[in-house]
Write a protein that binds this ligand. Structure first.
Ligand code: GLC
Length: 670
C-alpha cells in the first residue's frame, strides 16, 4: 500500500515512461510543487527557483565543474565524447537529482529518461531553471539538512549495489593487452615488484573481432585454464562487454538477436545498424524485458569459464556513425569532388564528418519495444546503459543467486545504482581531471552510485610519474581503484616508473585501508548514506567549510586532502575542527600530530598517504597483503583520535555472498 510521506512530494506530467529509478511507492501529491515556479516553453515544462546569494546547489552526479553547481548549464544526455573540460554540458551519465541548500533546503529529482537541462545561475544570475520536457515525474524532497534530504532520496531509489570484496583491491588495465603473454607479463611484473593486485582487466582485444561473448582462440588458446592460472595467483580477469553486437552472418549472438527481434529497429522494423569497434553492429534493445533476459544469459559463457567480474562499455549508446548517415555523408562529399570549393563548402565537408558520431538524428531514428509499446530512442536515450547493466545483473542473480558479481559501467542513470557501479569514462592525463575525480565523488554518492572510480593516471594522453603518484594517492581511498589508459599512450603500469618504492607504499596503504573502506562502503549502502562527504554538508554553519571543495570526508572517521597540482610538495589544508593528522608510509611507519582547527600548509611526499582523523573517531587498518583475500583482518591495527577509549562500527562479511546486512556490523572498542 502506498505510504503517505510528508517530506516527499510527487507530481506527474504528460505520460511518464517507467524508468524504475524510484522503488518506493509514493502517492501523487495534490496541487503544484512547492518552491518552484512552473511555466511552459517550446521544450515543455520549466521550473524556476530564485537563488539568493547564500544558496548552494549540489548534485547532478557525473558532471563537470564543482560540488556547488552554480554558474553553468548542465544537460542530462549520455554522451561518448572524451574531450572532458569544464565547458561541456554532459558526460557519459545522467543523474537528475540536486539539492538546494540555503534558507530553504530541498531536493529535486526529475524522473525522466530523456533530455533534462539545468540552467543554474547562468542565463539569469540568481535563477535556477530546469527544463524537464513533457513526460516526466517530479519529486521534491524536504529535510532538515542536506544530508537528511539525500538520505530520504536514497531510500526512495533503493539500496546501492554492493560488489564482492575483491573489487576493493587494485585493478591494472590498459587497452592493448593483446594476449595471454601480455597479461602474464603484467602479473609477473606485479609479483616481482611485490605490488599487490587483485584484478587485470581485459579490454576489447580478448574478443574475436570485437564480438561480444567470444574469445580469440589464437590469443587465448585455453581461456578457462588461463582464468584458473590467474586465479591461482590471486588475480581475477575482468573482461569488457560492449553494448553493440557485430552484425555478421554466422555469428550466433547476432543471428539469435535477429531471430528473436531483440535489436533496436529502424522505422521499417529492421535492425538499426551503427558503426562501433566491430564495424557494422546492431544495438540490443535493453528496454525490452525479453531482450534483456536474452542478452543477460549470454554472460554464461564467460561465467562458466570462471569469470567473476565484468565492465560494460559503449552503452550511451556510443555511435561512431549509423550506416545510413555514413552513406549519406560519403555521397555528399563525393558530389564535391573536383570542384573549386569555397571555405564554407570545405567546412561543410569536415563538419559533416564530425557530426557523424553520436548524432541526434540517429538517436531519433531507431525504436525500442518496451512494456508500454514502441518508443523512439530519443525519448528514452538515458536509460540505455542502465538497462544493459540490469540485463547482466538480473542474469547473475539467476546464475548464482547467493553470489555477488562485479560489474561496472560507463553510461548510467539513477536506478542503475542498484545493479552495478560506474567508472567515469575517458578522462585524460591532466591534473584538472584528478581534481574533477575528487569533486565528482560526493555528487555520485548523492545519486546512489557508491562503487565508483576514474581511470587513475588518466585514460587519454601521456601520463607523468608525478601525476600518477598523486592520482594513486587519491585512488587509494576510492572503491574502484583502476589504473587504465588508452592504446598508443605512454604505458602506465606502476612497475614502469623509477620511484617504485613510492608506488609500493601507496598500493600497500590501499590494502591496509581495505577493512575501513569496505566497512564504510557497506554501511553507506545499508544506511543510504554518503561515503564521500563534502565539508560543507557536515559543518553547515562554517562558510569556509562550504567553500572547500578539494578536501573530503571518506566515511565517518577521516578527511583527505589530495595534492592535485604539479611541482608542489604539499598543499593548504583547512581543518573545520581540531583533527589528528596521520602521515603514513606504511602501517608500521607513520607519525601522528594533532592540528588545531584552521589553515595549515601540509607537506605531502610522493610515497606517503596523509589523512586527518576526526575527534572521537578510529580507523581499522590491516597489514598489507598481495591481494584482498590474503589480508589478515583478525589482527587489525587501529588509529584513533580520542583521549581514552572510543568505538568503531566495523562491518565485515565473507565478501562473496549476497548475505549483506546490518547484523554483520559489530561495535569495536579501541
Ligand atoms: C572506450 C572506453 C575505454 C576503452 C576503449 C576500448 O573508449 O571508455 O575505457 O579502453 O573504449 O574498449
Amino acid at each position: 500500500m502506498a505510504q503517505k510521506r510528508e517530506n516527499i512530494h510527487k507530481y506527474l506530467f504528460g505520460h511518464p515512461f517507467r524508468t524504475d529509478s524510484v522503488v518506493a511507492d509514493i502517492p501523487v501529491s495534490a496541487g503544484e510543487a512547492p518552491y518552484l515556479l512552473r511555466s511552459q516553453d517550446e521544450t515543455g515544462e520549466v521550473f524556476r527557483y530564485a537563488l539568493s546569494e547564500e544558496d548552494r546547489v549540489y548534485g547532478l552526479g557525473e558532471q563537470v565543474r564543482g560540488i556547488d553547481k552554480r554558474g553553468w548549464v548542465y544537460a542530462s544526455w549520455n554522451m561518448d565524447d572524451p574531450e572532458i573540460h569544464e565547458n561541456r554540458q554532459s558526460l557519459y551519465a545522467s543523474h537528475n537529482f540536486l539539492v538546494v541548500d540555503g534558507k530553504e533546503k530541498f531536493g529535486v529529482f526529475v524522473d525522466s529518461p530523456g533530455k533534462v537541462v539545468y540552467d543554474i545561475d547562468y542565463t539569469t544570475r540568481g535563477e535556477m531553471a530546469i527544463f524537464c520536457g513533457r513526460d516526466f515525474g517530479l519529486y521534491i524532497i524536504e529535510g532538515e539538512s542536506v544530508l537528511d534530504v539525500i538520505r530520504t532520496f536514497r531510500k526512495m531509489i533503493g539500496r546501492s549495489y554492493i560488489p564482492p570484496k575483491f573489487a576493493f583491491g587494485f585493478a591494472q588495465s590498459r587497452w592493448g593487452y593483446m594476449n595471454e603473454t601480455d597479461v602474464r607479463e603484467v602479473a609477473d611484473e606485479y609479483g616481482k615488484c611485490g605490488f599487490p593486485v587483485d584484478m587485470i582487466v581485459l579490454d576489447i582485444d580478448y574478443m574475436e573481432n570485437y564480438k561480444d561473448f567470444t574469445i580469440n582462440g589464437e590469443r587465448f588458446p585455453d581461456f578457462p585454464a588461463f582464468v584458473r592460472e590467474m586465479k591461482a595467483r590471486g588475480i581475477r580477469l575482468i573482461p569488457i562487454i560492449d553494448a553493440a553486437v557485430k552484425a555478421e552472418d554466422g555469428y550466433s549472438v547476432y543471428e539469435e538477436g535477429c531471430k528473436g527481434g531483440y535489436f533496436c529497429k529502424d522505422k521499417d522494423g529492421k535492425p538499426f545498424i551503427v558503426g562501433v569497434w566491430p564495424g557494422d553492429s546492431a544495438l540490443p534493445d535493453f528496454l525490452s524485458p525479453e531482450a534483456r533476459a536474452w542478452f543477460g544469459e549470454k554472460y554464461r559463457v564467460l561465467l562458466d569459464c570462471g569469470i567473476e567480474g565484468f565492465w560494460n562499455d559503449m552503452n550511451e549508446p556510443s555511435l561512431f556513425y549509423s550506416k545510413d548517415s555514413l552513406a549519406r555523408t560519403i555521397r555528399g562529399i563525393a558530389e564535391k569532388e573536383g570542384k573549386n570549393l569555397s571555405l564554407t563548402e570545405f567546412w561543410s565537408i569536415t563538419g559533416s564528418v564530425a557530426r557523424l558520431a553520436n548524432n541526434a538524428d540517429d538517436y531519433a531514428s531507431f525504436y525500442h519495444e518496451t512494456e508500454g509499446g514502441k518508443v523512439s530512442h530519443k525519448e528514452v536515450h538515458n536509460l540505455y546503459g542502465y538497462n544493459m547493466v540490469r540485463a547482466a545483473s538480473e542474469y547473475f542473480g539467476k546464475y548464482d543467486k547467493d553470489k555477488r558479481t562485479l560489474i561496472y559501467s560507463r553510461s548510467s542513470h539513477i536506478g542503475m545504482h542498484r545493479y552495478g557501479g560506474i567508472w567515469t569514462g575517458d578522462n585524460a592525463s591532466r591534473w584538472d581531471h584528478l581534481l574533477l575525480n575528487l569533486k565528482m565523488l560526493p555528487s555520485l554518492n548523492m545519486c546512489g552510485f557508491l562503487y565508483v572510480g576514474a581511470d587513475i593516471g588518466g585514460f587519454g594522453q601521456d601520463t607523468t610519474e608525478d601525476l600518477l603518484l598523486r592520482w594513486t594517492a587519491l585512488g587509494a581511498f576510492v572503491p574502484l581503484m583502476r589504473n587504465h589508459c588508452t592504446f598508443g599512450s605512454r604505458r602506465q603500469e606502476y612497475y614502469r616508473f623509477g620511484n617504485r618504492q613510492a608506488f609500493k607504499n601507496l598500493l600497500d596503504m590501499r590494502y591496509s585501508l581495505v577493512p575501513y573502506l569496505y566497512s564504510e562502503f557497506v554501511k553507506s549502502a545499508l544506511r543510504d548514506e554518503l561515503m564521500y562527504t563534502p565539508l560543507g554538508f557536515l559543518y553547515p554553519d562554517d562558510e569556509r567549510a562550504k567553500e572547500t571543495e578539494d578536501q573530503m570526508f571518506v566515511g565517518g572517521s577521516i578527511m583527505i586532502a589530495p595534492v592535485y597540482r604539479q611541482n608542489t610538495r604539499g598543499r593548504n589544508v583547512y581543518l573545520p575542527e581540531d583533527m589528528k593528522m596521520v602521515r603514513m608510509r606504511s602501517v608500521s611507519d607513520y607519525t601522528e600530530e594533532i592540528l588545531p582547527k584552521g589553515d595549515h600548509y601540509v607537506e605531502m611526499g610522493f610515497g606517503e598517504v596523509v589523512f586527518f582523523v576526526a575527534k572521537g573517531k578510529a580507523i581499522p587498518l590491516a597489514k598489507p597483503a598481495k591481494n584482498v583475500a590474503a589480508l589478515d583482518e583478525e589482527h587489525l591495527l587501529w588509529i584513533k583520535y580520542a583521549d581514552g577509549k572510543t568505538t568503531y562500527e566495523l562491518y565485515d562479511d565473507d565478501g562473496f555472498t549476497t548475505d549483506v546486512r546490518e547484523e554483520n556490523i559489530r561495535t569495536v572498542t579501541v
